[in-house]
Design a protein. Structure first.
Length: 89
């Protein structure tokens, strides 16, 4: 079983951020729900043990919402209406 400390927090954040972009996460509430889902999936597959301090990890990842939001930038009407097959660079 993987120790919580050996899970790379940066990689875990990146996984959540990638999923958030794919799912169009635009609110803190949706971000927090995604953090919960990802951590729960690690518990379900045995990468985290129920007795590990997952609440601290959850709090840390939830607090990165502002980082994600700043990295992702604000969605504009042009970006929302853009064809993903032919994006404007």
């Amino acid at each position: 079983m993987t120790n919580l400390d050996s899970l790379n927090k940066a990689d875990l954040y990146q996984t959540i951020a990638d999923l958030a972009r794919e799912q169009g996460v635009a609110t803190q509430e949706d971000w927090n729900n995604l953090v919960e889902e990802v951590l729960q999936s690690h518990l379900n597959i045995g990468e985290l043990a129920p007795d590990q301090p997952t609440e601290a990890m959850k709090t840390s990842l939830e607090s990165r919402w502002d980082i994600y939001r700043n990295e992702s930038g604000e969605e504009t009407n042009a970006a929302i209406g853009e064809d993903p097959e032919y994006p404007h660079a």
